[in-house]
Design a protein around this ligand. Sequence first.
Ligand SMILES: N[C@@H](CCC(=O)N[C@@H](CS)C(=O)NCC(=O)O)C(=O)O
Length: 196
Amino acid sequence: MKLYMTQNSGNAYKVRLLLSMLNVPYEKSMVDFPGGEHKKEPFLKLNPRGQVPVLEDGGRVLWGSTACLVYVARKHGGDTWLPTDPAGMAEVAQWLELAQNELHYGLQWARGVKTGIRKVGSYEEYQGYGNAGLALLEGRLKNNEWLALGRPTVGDVACYPYVSVSPEGGFKLENHPAVTAWTKRFEALPGWVKRL
Ligand SMILES: N[C@@H](CCC(=O)N[C@@H](CS)C(=O)NCC(=O)O)C(=O)O
């Protein structure tokens, strides 16, 4: 497998985490963001959205962290990280949904504004979405060790990266003790790797 990524991409980090936790060998292909490689051919053939991550496996090309997580989990993790029974799969999908909405457009974009990567949009609006996401996670994790099914799943993998760096976006994780404890539990899982 080949993972197209950048050093700073939290969405690519999700895929790196799962590949490492499942012990799947892969090659990293670093995309030159400053040089605009992701917005030109031939990269646009891999992902017409012009974004990382992209995963290539034996001629199959998948873009977007959710698709990559689903593929890796089902191909290498059996039912453990993403089951196929309707209720179990849907329970996990709720957290994939949160990761793609409040966490991405809230936590990540607020962080983008604070760190100067993102030049457009309203910090206050992003902060509102992000805080709504953190409150939702806190509510769930107050009484549950993991987001779904009582065990780590791709739901946790998808939510962890942008939560873990949310203080860089001005979010106060100390106000969310259950979320903080969950990040520590996640970091203790076998195969967990640091951001690059
Ligand atoms: N929903 C996509 C979002 C991907 C995304 O926003 N990737 C960022 C890096 S973390 C990117 O490539 N940004 C460049 C751009 O959007 O032009 C996913 O989950 O993979």
